[in-house]
Structures are given as structure tokens and as C-alpha cells.
Design a protein around this ligand. Structure first.
Ligand SMILES: [Fe+2]
Length: 358
């Protein structure tokens, strides 16, 4: 029988860079020329958002420091759990944001069956609004290359079992349009190794098409990147489909020879996807509702979320966690919450949780 450690994390890209950069990205949305004047005035923001931005009179910087400190601490705790568990591999459910998949193929899911992944994440330069270049917090060179081991045997086993169980599961032996690991997988691994002691566990990246109806239309990102006049794309896999795939994955790995970590990685509601908030702050109420369900061990409720609810709340990336929710539910696990980091100004609230199969 297999042994499973289940975990939920985030891959919040701004954590790669300085606190100042984290803050400046928020200002970029707030100063967006298309934003109605009313919302440019801080006095019209929700009170907790004003408070978070104004903390210590630092225009978000003090809050950025505190936000990062909690994320780093939570990642260290998840890493301790992984080290103590000593897995054969770490499977990660993560989204692709027009990185490996483009117009020629957008599968709902894909299991990567590769020996290794070599990624150079800093090649695409990031700039501060004032034109200065933003550097990664580790001081790593622009051409720094990360090599992560894959686990082709485990990935092939899983794709095979999912297909045998009736899930039409795509898989790939090589990447298509992107060299290495797309952001959701790589960022998760970089943060799990925040102290840079190395991360030698083999990885199985498991793609989930979270962005669905806006995947090509918005180039996998914010509506601010929308292609002029483009129509919506076909939807993301439904919550039920993600939940069922997550449950089947847990079943397949529980009935295997492996010790596996299975992890959903994403922040929840994303401010840049929440039209009703003018893309300024995330849907806090929807995230709190999901948090209460998770903490109460009621992730089975997630399979009934409609795509309309998910998109209205800007919770597209929650689909990664809904796969995890299916696994938790299948194994009858109530997770231990490590932290739930709520924020109005850093794009998205982030949750960390772990559970072990009985
Ligand atoms: Fe993402």
C-alpha cells in the first residue's frame, strides 16, 4: 500500500522578488489608467485595505514584509513535513498561464512524464514602475539554471491508472512551448527551498487548465492582457472533473508501491481576475468560505462549485486545490491548517495545509 502526504501551498510569483516589487505591483493596478477615478482614491477602498496599505505609513512596504514572513514560515513548515516523510516523488497540481500550452493544444489536464526539468526563470526581466530592474531575493544570476529530477516511472504509472479508471488523461514526454517547469511548478519548488539547501525529491508536474475561458483570450493572465475583440475560449475542467481526478489520483497512489506527496499549488481569489472589484482586491468572502470548508474537512462541497461562481470570485486557480480537495475527501482526511494569509493588497490570499493518509 502507498503512503501519502497531502499538501496545499501557493506559487505567488511576486515572492521571487523584493518587498518593494510586491508593493509596486499593487500600485500598478491602482494606477491603471482604465481604473475609474473613484477607485484611485484610497479613501474609497474597503477599510481593511486602507489599513493594510497604510500600516506604519509605509505605503504597503511594512505589510509586504509581514506577508512574506508568514509565507516563508509556512513554506518552511511544509518543507519540514516533506523531509520527515521522505517521499519517492512530489506531485504538484498547477496551472499553465500560456507558457507550455498555446493555441495548438490546451488540454484540461496533463501529466508530465520526464526524467528531468531544466528551467531558467530569470531570463524574462522584471522591471519596477520607475524603470529599475527587479532582482530575485536570492541574488541568483539572470541565467541561473535550476535542474529538478522527474519521476517518469511514477508519472507513467499514474497516467496509466487514471486512464484505466476511466479518466481521459493526457500526458506528455516533453514540453511543448516552454523549456523546463512553468511558473506554478517551479515557483512552488523554489519556495519550498527558500533556504537554498537543495530540493532533490523527484517531481511529477500535473497540469490543470485553470484559466479555461480566458486561457488564449487573455494569454493565461489578467484581463489587462486580453487580446482586443477576442471571444472567450472553451471552459476550464469543471470543479467536479477536477475533484474526481484528484480523488482518482489519491486512490491510484494509495494502491501503489509509492510514498508520494500530492500537492495543490495556487493562491485563491486573484484580485486581477475580480471584475466586480475593478481588479483591485480579491474576493475575501469567497476565500473565507472555502477556508471554513477546508478547515472543517468539507472539501466534498467544492465539487459542486459552478464555473460561474469560480470565475465571479476570481478563484480560477482554486481548481488546483479542488484536485487536492478530491484527494482529501477520497482519503477521509481533515487537513491541518498551517496558515491562511489573508490580504487585500498582495493580489491573493494564500493557504497552507497538510494531511497524511491513514
Ligand atoms: Fe498561476
Amino acid at each position: 500500500m502507498g503512503e501519502l502526504l497531502l499538501a496545499g501551498t501557493t506559487h505567488y510569483p511576486l515572492m521571487l522578488y523584493s518587498d518593494e516589487f510586491m508593493t509596486s505591483q499593487m500600485e500598478r493596478h491602482w494606477k491603471n489608467p482604465k481604473l475609474p477615478e473613484y477607485w484611485k482614491d484610497q479613501k474609497n477602498w474597503p477599510a481593511p485595505m486602507q489599513e493594510e496599505y497604510g500600516l506604519n505609513g509605509s505605503n504597503g512596504l511594512a505589510s509586504a514584509r509581514a506577508h512574506r514572513a508568514r509565507l516563508v514560515s509556512a513554506f518552511r513548515k511544509v518543507r519540514e513535513e516533506i523531509d520527515a516523510f521522505k517521499p519517492d516523488f512530489v506531485l504538484i497540481w498547477g496551472d499553465d498561464q500560456y507558457e507550455n500550452f498555446h493555441e495548438d493544444l490546451v488540454p484540461p489536464f496533463s501529466v508530465y512524464i520526464c526524467d528531468k526539468y531544466e528551467t531558467q526563470p530569470y531570463h524574462k526581466r522584471r522591471m519596477m514602475p520607475d524603470g529599475r530592474e527587479a532582482f530575485n531575493v536570492w541574488g541568483e544570476d539572470i541565467d541561473h539554471r535550476f535542474t529538478h529530477k522527474g519521476h517518469p516511472e511514477g508519472a507513467k504509472f499514474l497516467a496509466t491508472r487514471l486512464l484505466e479508471m476511466g479518466h481521459a488523461m493526457p500526458y506528455a514526454y516533453k514540453t511543448l512551448h516552454f523549456q523546463g517547469l512553468p511558473h506554478a511548478f517551479l515557483n512552488t519548488l523554489l519556495f519550498l527551498d527558500y533556504d537554498r539547501k537543495g530540493f532533490d525529491y523527484p517531481v511529477i508536474p500535473f497540469h490543470v487548465n485553470c484559466y479555461g475561458s480566458s486561457f488564449v483570450k487573455n494569454r493565461g493572465g489578467s484581463p489587462l492582457q486580453a487580446v482586443e475583440g477576442a471571444e472567450p475560449d472553451p471552459p476550464a475542467p469543471s470543479a467536479k472533473l477536477c475533484f474526481d481526478v484528484g480523488a482518482a489520483t489519491a486512490r491510484a497512489l494509495k494502491d501503489s508501491k509509492y510514498r508520494a506527496v500530492i500537492m495543490g499549488s495556487s493562491s485563491w481569489s486573484h484580485a486581477f481576475l475580480v471584475g466586480k472589484h475593478h481588479m483591485l482586491w480579491p474576493d475575501i468572502d469567497a476565500d473565507r468560505a472555502r477556508y471554513e470548508e477546508l478547515a472543517a474537512g468539507k472539501t466534498h462541497l467544492w465539487k459542486d462549485l459552478t464555473m460561474k461562481q469560480i470565475e465571479d470570485a476570481g478563484q480560477q486557480e482554486l481548481l488546483n486545490w479542488i484536485c487536492l480537495g478530491g484527494a482529501l475527501s477520497e482519503l477521509g482526511c481533515k487537513p491541518r491548517i498551517i496558515d491562511f494569509v489573508q490580504t487585500y493588497i498582495f493580489n491573493s490570499s494564500k493557504c497552507f495545509a497538510v494531511a497524511k493518509s491513514a
